[in-house]
Design a protein around this ligand. Structure first.
Ligand code: 9MR
Length: 409
């Protein structure tokens, strides 16, 4: 790994990133100075302390955030100031809400809905069918054998009617089906094979059923198919095929959720444009449902990656932190992505960040790059710093880079 060529490459990248940081600091990462005379002395519209992301983007799309009871307790003022859409990070998932046939755990979900309503914040529901954090009991029949398709559909219908019905009129959009597409380059395998749902159905019938049940329970709610790596060309073609077939079969689907767990070096603007073009050509709306931009990339872009892996293997807590170089790359990536969102804003209904501040991101407990830690790579003890608020809840420079993408014309 330490060839002279690679060393030079790393040095060049570091210099480039530092230069980029300096330029960005001056041009994009401070509140915009408006030429217009503000009615508030010594402030411009972009410095108003009472304004949040939701206000800057009010003519474009909702700005949301995924929350837990903890984050609501710790960051309520920030959440209320910045966001106008909330997604429960875990508390509405099928296995969390409905861990046994006759057991329902409504406490947290109800509390999040009540908090949002109290503060006039819209709510996205997440989710109604997933192969993870699922209700395992659903897959087994009373005889201990795998449930029949009929029984599973009946349980799915009961679940969806109960949950969507309980929050009818309060939840404006649901992730109905989450991550049902197979990863990998084989474009002939569209549907996730290791899902318990697929194993029982061997067809997308359960996906269609979930959308129909959700629509029956709340005809006004917007219904989404939600997935990750949606900008990867093979993956988005599969997502396209799935949602096109739903449309062709008259299934009530309104949109596609791009999770947007991104990195400082991917996706490219063109990859995002291509995916958006294809999905919106079907007349579907789009939401970015789980946005974060991880600063950890296992490549020469992070010059210390090799040392970090070695450090992690030796269980040493090596953490270079949120360096100016990584910060500059993250700012640039946030700007690129929001510039494309501006191009497609007619189709985009909300952009939701996955967690509130860099103090606590779901990525922090995971291996480098957000993947699960593996035996060979070890668990890398680095934080991801993926959001727009720092560990103290203060706005980062990336925040202003994002705000300054708003087209004011
Ligand atoms: O952020 C969620 C984390 O707290 C849970 O432990 C994890 C369990 O799989 O799910 C996380 O949220 C996921 C979301 O529901 C669906 N897309 C991927 C998200 C990150 O894993």
């Amino acid at each position: 790994m330490n060839t002279p060529l690679l060393k030079n490459y790393r040095r060049d990248i570091t210099i480039l990133a530092a230069a980029l940081a300096a330029v960005l600091n001056f041009t994009q990462c401070t509140p915009k100075q408006s030429a217009a005379v503000s009615s508030v002395p010594n402030t411009t519209p972009h410095e108003d302390p009472n304004k949040g992301l939701k206000d800057y983007f009010k003519n474009d799309f909702k700005i949301g955030v995924a929350v837990s009871m903890n984050s609501i307790r710790q960051d309520s003022a920030l959440i209320i100031r910045e966001f106008n859409s909330l997604t429960p990070e875990n508390d509405m998932k099928v296995g969390v809400l409905h861990p046994a046939e006759n057991t329902w755990k409504w406490e947290n979900a109800d509390a999040i809905v009540a908090f949002a309503q109290r503060h006039h914040i819209a709510i996205r529901g997440h989710n109604l069918l997933w192969h993870t954090q699922d209700a395992k009991w659903m897959y087994t029949g009373p005889d201990g054998k795998p449930a029949s398709k009929e029984l599973l559909l009946q349980r799915l219908r009961d679940h969806i009617h109960t949950v969507v019905g309980r929050y009818k009129g309060k939840i404006y959009a649901w992730d109905v089906v989450n991550e049902a597409v197979q990863d990998g380059e084989d474009s002939t395998v569209i549907y996730r094979q290791n899902s318990p749902w697929w194993k029982i159905f061997q067809s997308p019938e359960f996906i269609e059923a979930a959308f129909r049940y959700a629509h029956e329970a709340d005809p006004a709610a917007k219904l989404y198919y939600n997935d990750y790596s949606s900008e990867n060309v093979t993956k988005h073609r599969k997502i396209y095929k799935l949602v096109k077939s739903l449309k062709d079969h008259g299934v009530p689907i309104n949109g596609v959720g791009f999770q947007a767990h991104w990195k400082i070096n991917s996706p490219t603007q063109d990859a995002l444009r291509t995916a958006l073009k294809e999905i919106t050509s079907l007349g579907l709306e789009v939401q970015f449902t789980e946005l974060d931009i991880d600063i950890r990339v296992p490549s020469a872009l992070t010059p210390n990656a090799t040392a970090l892996v070695a450090g992690a293997q030796a269980a040493a807590p090596v953490d270079p932190g949120y360096t100016p170089e990584l910060e500059a790359l993250q700012i640039a990536q946030y700007k690129k992505m929001f510039d494309v969102m501006q191009e497609y804003k007619k189709h985009i209904k909300a952009v939701t960040f996955w967690n509130v501040t860099d103090k606590s991101s779901w990525l922090d407990g995971r291996g480098q790059g957000g993947g699960a830690a593996t035996a060979t790579a070890g668990r890398i003890p680095r934080k991801a710093y993926p959001l727009l608020f720092d560990v103290n809840g203060q706005r980062k420079k990336a925040y202003w880079a994002v705000v300054n993408t708003v087209d004011e014309k």
